[in-house]
Design a protein around this ligand. Structure first.
Ligand SMILES: [Fe+2]
Length: 179
C-alpha cells in the first residue's frame, strides 16, 4: 500500500514561505512512524544526558585509593556521552520533531534516576554507572523494531553505535566490580 505523503511536501510549494512557517517533510517515513521513532530517541537522549551528568558528577566527587584511575576513567566516559547527545538530538530534528533539552523534560523522559545528592563510595559509583549504561542500552534496543519497521537506517545506525559503546562501557565497569 502506498504511504500517504505529508502535507506541504510537494516540490515547488516552498516558494514564498516565510520564516517560522512549518515546512512538510517527505523522506519516505510516515508521520506516525516519525513521531514514534522521535519519541523513542527523546527517551534515549534523556537517558544519555542523565548518565552524562551523573558520570561528570562522579568525576568531581570520587574519593579513595582508586581516585586517579576512576577520575580519569569517568572523564573519558562523560566526554563520550557529551559528544553522543548531539547526533541523537539532531536525528530527532531530522525526523521533524523538537528535541527535548531541559532538566524538566529529561526528568520525565529518563529511565535513569538522578545522581544521589550525597556522593557514594567509589565502587558504588562504578555500580551506578554500570547499571546506567545497561539501562541506556535497553532503551536504545527498544527503539530498534520501530526503526526497522520504518526502514529508518540512519536511526538504526545511530542505535547500533550507541549500543556498542554502552555495552562495552558496562562490561568495563562490571569488570571493576569483579574479583
Ligand atoms: Fe575535570
Amino acid at each position: 500500500m502506498a504511504k500517504k505523503k505529508d502535507a506541504g511536501a510537494t516540490p515547488g510549494t516552498s516558494v514564498g514561505i516565510s520564516v517560522g512557517t512549518s515546512v512538510g517533510i517527505n523522506i519516505g517515513i510516515s508521520e506516525k512512524d516519525r513521531a514514534a521513532i522521535a519519541g523513542g530517541l527523546s527517551r534515549l537522549l534523556a537517558d544519555s544526558y542523565t548518565l552524562y551528568l551523573t558520570t561528570h558528577n562522579f568525576h568531581w566527587n570520587v574519593t579513595g585509593p582508586m581516585f586517579n584511575t576512576l577520575h580519569a576513567m569517568f572523564m573519558t566516559q562523560y566526554t563520550e556521552l557529551w559528544t553522543a547527545v548531539d547526533p541523537i538530538a539532531e536525528r530527532i530534528r531530522s525526523l521533524g520533531h523538537p528535541a527535548p533539552g531541559s532538566y524538566a523534560q529529561f526528568g520525565k523522559l529518563s529511565s535513569l534516576k538522578d545522581a544521589p545528592t550525597t556522593p557514594p563510595k567509589a565502587m558504588e559509583m562504578v555500580r551506578i554507572l554500570m547499571e546506567g549504561h545497561e539501562a541506556v542500552a535497553r532503551t536504545a534496543r527498544g527503539i530498534f523494531p520501530l526503526a526497522a519497521e520504518a526502514s529508518d537506517e540512519p536511526t538504526a545506525d545511530l542505535l547500533t553505535q550507541r549500543l556498542t559503546v554502552h555495552e562495552q562501557t558496562a562490561w568495563m565497569l562490571r569488570s571493576l566490580l569483579e574479583d
